[in-house]
Design a protein around this ligand. Structure first.
Ligand code: DCP
Ligand code: MG
Length: 429
């Protein structure tokens, strides 16, 4: 029998950060349609579109947490995050198998070009719009132009767009994190290396590899990042990237009272770049590494003992053998991206973010960098509206008392927020 939505919704948690949302949920067809509307509004990016995008995001987040597949819009009665517009789209899909509004967006040339252009590292909606105004149709048009904006991310992102638009698989992310762990441990014994982002939420693939680093002794992490990048460069793993300094200042935090819902950038020291992943990283069997996902929720990268996957171990160990070729330079930083991308190679370009957090902020950084993006947005709004607290990846702050609520575990972050602990694999809202 079909559950009555209006009975059930009385017990449905109001906030997405209070609900479980698994990667595999029961309303995929509906959420992918609503997400097209959301993406369209996000790409249009006008003042009116921003609240619309948010409304679509909230609606699809509800659908992801429902314990039943929606078979009639009646079941959605009383869910305040599912408005009339979304209900119309849903009933079109339930009645006719598709929504003409969604189909029209997906067919539109503007939407296709915007998606293509914003898929390039460093290109946001405003740059993509400029490219469309110039009459560019494809990434080749942009490549021909030679990237006059001078943004290194766009230049390298365009040169390696084919690699970077091929999803990173789990085995690649694990292999690379293990190498980062090994190199970081050598520089700073006791370092904590955690694979975060979508992979920590159990995703089988992602657009990049996000790795969070810390150390149990406060300030021990200072100076780690430049040494780590140099060590990875020596192993021939760095293509191009830039370091950002730590710019966190608690005095500014307390002055800057407003919670920005748009830019959620944090102030950690980090390296954003493109790495060279040996092709052997992705050859190993995915099924094996996938089975680790659900058991290993915390996903801190263990010291490099044997993995469950011997072919992955082999390809990691290849990098450490004396015969291993070292790259001529520590990356191709002085080279034009086009020269590097044209040469024959045995590696794939992959986007990597390395983030350094002091241990006093680590568990908040862990929650923030695990995501999902909507989980963060929702948790931050919830903290502000319900608790009068400011939540960021740096901490949870009482702006009146001007003090942070410290956490020594991820569970403690949730208990400060007065919400039940949600496993990372249930944060796919
Ligand atoms: N994050 C955030 N705000 C940002 C950047 C990141 O809240 N401006 C958080 C939420 C993300 C996580 O960091 O879940 C990692 O960012 P990604 O963009 O890499 O997102 P995912 O890892 O979730 O997705 P993908 O699998 O595509 O990499
Ligand atoms: Mg990611």
């Amino acid at each position: 029998t079909v559950p009555e939505g209006n009975e059930f919704n009385g017990t449905f948690p109001e906030w997405a950060c209070q609900r479980k949302a698994k990667l595999e949920h029961l309303n995929k067809k509906l959420t992918s349609a609503v997400e097209v509307l959301q993406e369209f509004a996000e790409l249009r990016d006008s003042n009116q579109d921003y609240p619309r995008a948010l409304a679509f995001r909230r609606a699809s987040s509800v659908l992801k947490s429902l314990p039943f597949p929606v078979q009639s819009v009646e079941q959605l009665k009383g869910f305040k995050d599912i408005g009339e517009h979304v209900k119309t789209v849903i009933s079109d899909i339930l009645d006719h198998g598709s929504s003409s509004e969604v189909d029209d967006i997906e067919k539109s040339e503007w939407f296709k070009k915007m998606k293509l252009f914003t898929s390039v590292f460093g290109v946001g909606p405003s740059t993509a719009k400029v490219w469309i105004e110039r009459g560019w149709e494809s990434l080749e048009d942009a490549q021909k132009d030679g990237c006059p904006s001078g943004d290194w991310r766009i230049a390298w992102g365009l040169a390696f767009s084919k690699d970077l638009n091929t999803p990173v698989c789990r085995s690649e992310a694990i292999a690379f994190s293990r190498i980062v762990q090994r190199e970081a441990e050598h520089i700073l014994p006791g370092v904590i290396t955690t694979l975060v982002g979508g992979f920590r939420r159990g995703k089988p693939e992602g657009h990049d590899v996000d790795i969070l680093l810390s150390h149990p002794t406060d300030e021990a992490e200072i100076g780690l990042l430049p040494k780590l990048i140099a060590a990875l460069g020596k192993r021939g793993l760095i293509l191009i990237g830039h370091k950002e300094k730590n710019s966190f200042r608690s005095d500014i935090l307390y002055q800057d009272f407003k919670l920005s819902t748009r830019g959620q950038l944090d102030h950690f020291e980090k390296w954003l770049g493109i790495c060279k992943f040996p092709k052997s990283f992705s050859k190993s069997k995915d099924s094996e590494s996938n089975s680790e996902v659900n058991q290993e929720t915390s996903f801190t990268v263990p010291a490099l003992e044997a993995t469950s996957d011997s072919s992955l171990d082999e390809s990691i160990n290849d990098l450490y053998e004396p015969k291993a070729k070292k790259s001529k330079s520590s990356g191709a930083i002085d080279t034009e991206p086009q020269h590097v991308s044209a040469a024959p190679r045995d590696w794939l370009a992959r986007r990597v973010d390395l983030i350094i957090a002091p241990i006093s902020q680590y568990y908040y950084a862990l929650v923030g960098w695990t995501g999902s993006k909507h989980f963060n947005r929702d948790a931050r709004l919830y903290a502000q509206k319900k608790l009068g607290l400011k939540l960021t990846s740096h901490g949870l702050f009482d702006l009146q008392k001007r003090e942070p609520l410290t956490a020594e575990t991820e569970e403690e972050v949730f208990s400060h927020l007065k919400i039940p602990y949600i496993d990372p694999t249930d944060r796919n809202c």
